[in-house]
Design a protein. Structure first.
Length: 161
């Protein structure tokens, strides 16, 4: 499979879903999420690089969108050819201020780490579409089980076929 055509389902399986991420600021949440990532998703030598890249991007303009969702990501791809892109979904223990346009606290975070601009935009588009789907939004709002979330993404993607 062409890495740029990788499914959102596979990106989430690569990154994982994380519950009860501690933190009272964007930076604390991002640090704790990056530290929670498996070494398969992100080698430990890249954790500081990813943190700095994500926080530099946040300093430009918040990646918080509406309805309690944030999409943090680096401005430029930082993966090597042999590294797998991923999307990690995280649920903070407590909703957090992410400077969203609607000023609602964020309850769901999609950390996007791509290996190309095309792949990054593709993932962003799919996540935005998915979060507008009432059934999927209900799942993330309720912090449903990992299997339910992945299954819902997979089912939605089948309809895009």
């Amino acid at each position: 499979m062409d890495k740029e055509e990788i499914t959102l389902t596979q990106l989430v399986k690569n990154g994982g879903i994380y519950f009860n991420i501690e933190g009272s600021s964007k930076k604390e949440i991002v640090i704790n999420l990056i530290n929670a990532l498996s070494s398969a998703a992100l080698p430990s030598c890249k954790r500081d690089l990813l943190l700095n890249a994500v926080m530099e991007r946040e300093a430009l303009i918040s990646t918080g969108i509406e309805n309690g969702i944030a999409l943090p990501h680096p401005r430029t791809p930082l993966l090597e050819e042999d590294e797998q892109p991923f999307v990690a979904i995280a649920f903070p223990r407590q909703p957090i201020d992410w400077e969203t346009p609607d000023n609602k606290p964020v309850h769901t975070i999609f950390l996007i780490v791509s290996d190309s601009s095309k792949q990054h935009l593709n993932a962003l588009t799919k996540i935005n579409f998915l979060c507008m789907e009432k059934n999927f939004y209900s799942l993330i709002n309720a912090q449903a089980a990992e299997e339910e979330i992945i299954s819902a993404i997979e089912e939605t993607e089948k309809g895009w076929g």
